[in-house]
Design a protein around this ligand. Structure first.
Ligand code: SF4
Ligand code: SF4
Length: 393
């Protein structure tokens, strides 16, 4: 994955891209009002930060024109949140068959393999994952401290809940709500306990691939030994990593990965959950990992419909959703820029008249909650769909 020659297959597209620029005005063509989808383009404005700028960098790497990267080059690569907005628009409008995000991640892996990266703030991800099995420098033994006393998972069940680092250490209410909803529906489930390790997403997104195979192998083998047939994820990032990245690394999944929004919608359809209405003025933010990367758009909205919320769709939604600004190590390395992107999204929430912002990823929730501390006047409640379901029980 870190071999720059793997980008050669993209060479014709790289040349095309420099003469194209369709995606710069894509939203102008698709929406009534003009809005940029690329957070980098929205913030920095210069062509080098757009998809085309990174394509030109890829070409320069391939042609051996970059002997050592400048700080600005690193900034161009590492302020990309990997949201996939450019890929969506490019595929639709220019018809190119290129995986932009794969290309950017390969460039970061190349930079790391040359010793030019990652950024200082990203180094602690890999150190902490190696030492603590999580990127947050938290003790591994505390991983399941969030578990409510009245919920007892069993062992040997075919359904296993993979909690993920962010719900385990930063947004524990999401994990608590998830197990309470499973219990309410009488779904027997197991958890991995101390054998659950970081899925590797923060390392893959920042180009640090050294231990990713170990993480994937450990998680998959443990789940296999537990007899898992379905593994459910409340973290959009973990879900995408299992579903998309592990197979790319050559691993076969001996179980079905399911995001909680997919799993919970089936429970609602099977009448396993009796839910009250929640007449909240609410909008939904598509997490990039769940939406553009895993193509899960309908299930969260159908759950919200079942909850009878007063729904307000934001102008940038589904395939054209605007990123929360947290992904690919951006929150850690560029907190002010990350907050700027997040505030753009929060303004869109207010614009449509919503006071509740629902999402389906603890990482998105974390960024919204942290950013709102700087803007208390916005008065927006941020909740995960699992928490809404718990409230409606
Ligand atoms: S639409 Fe695609 S090919 Fe055209 S400029 Fe954007 S990323 Fe490049
Ligand atoms: S992945 Fe997102 S942030 Fe990166 S260039 Fe594409 S649209 Fe911009």
């Amino acid at each position: 994955m870190s071999d720059i020659s793997s980008l050669e297959k993209y060479l014709p597209e790289l040349v095309h891209c420099m003469k194209c620029h369709i995606c710069y005005s894509a939203n102008w063509q698709k929406l009534d009002d003009w809005r940029i989808l690329c957070p980098q383009a929205a913030k920095f404005g210069y062509e080098s930060y757009y998809a085309a700028g990174k394509m030109e960098l890829a070409r320069a790497f391939l042609e051996g024109r970059i002997k050592e990267p400048t700080p600005r080059l690193l900034e161009v690569l590492y302020t990309c949140t990997g949201c996939g907005g450019c890929r969506e628009q490019c595929t639709e409008l220019s018809g190119l068959k290129i995986d932009h995000v794969d290309l950017y991640e390969k460039m970061k892996a190349y930079i790391v393999s040359k010793g030019w990266g990652p950024l200082e703030k990203h180094k602690k991800f890999s150190q902490s994952v190696a030492e603590n099995h999580n990127p947050y420098v938290e003790p591994h033994k505390n991983r399941f401290d969030w578990m409510p006393k009245d919920v007892k998972p069993s062992s040997g069940e075919e359904i296993v809940y993979f909690v993920g680092c962010t719900s385990s250490y930063r947004q524990q209410k999401i994990a608590q709500a998830t197990v309470k909803v499973l219990k309410a529906a009488n779904i027997p489930f197991s958890i991995m306990g101390q054998e659950e390790w970081c899925c590797g997403s923060p390392l893959i997104r920042t180009g640090q691939l050294d231990i990713v195979n170990n993480l994937a192998s450990h998680n998959i083998e443990t789940l296999k030994s537990m007899g898992a047939k379905t593994v459910i994820f409340s973290c959009a990032g973990c879900y995408r990593t299992f579903k998309e990245d592990y197979p790319k690394l050559g691993f076969e999944l001996p179980f079905k990965p399911r995001h909680t929004t997919q799993f919970f919608l089936n429970l609602i359809r099977d009448n396993k959950l009796k839910l009250k209405s929640l007449p909240k003025e609410l909008t939904y933010h598509d997490p990039c990992h769940l939406g553009r990367h895993a193509k899960v758009y309908k299930q969260p909205r159908r759950i919200l419909k079942a909850l009878k919320v007063n729904y307000h769709e934001m102008p940038r939604n589904t395939t054209d959703a605007f990123c929360c600004g947290a992904g690919s190590g951006v929150r850690a390395a560029y907190p002010e820029y990350s907050k700027w992107v997040c505030k753009e999204r929060l303004d869109e929430v207010k614009e449509v008249g919503a006071s509740v912002l629902a999402s389906a990823c603890p990482f998105c929730k974390n960024n919204f909650v942290e950013t709102l501390k700087d803007f208390p006047d916005l008065k927006i409640d941020v909740v995960d769909i699992s928490e809404l379901l718990e409230e409606a029980l």
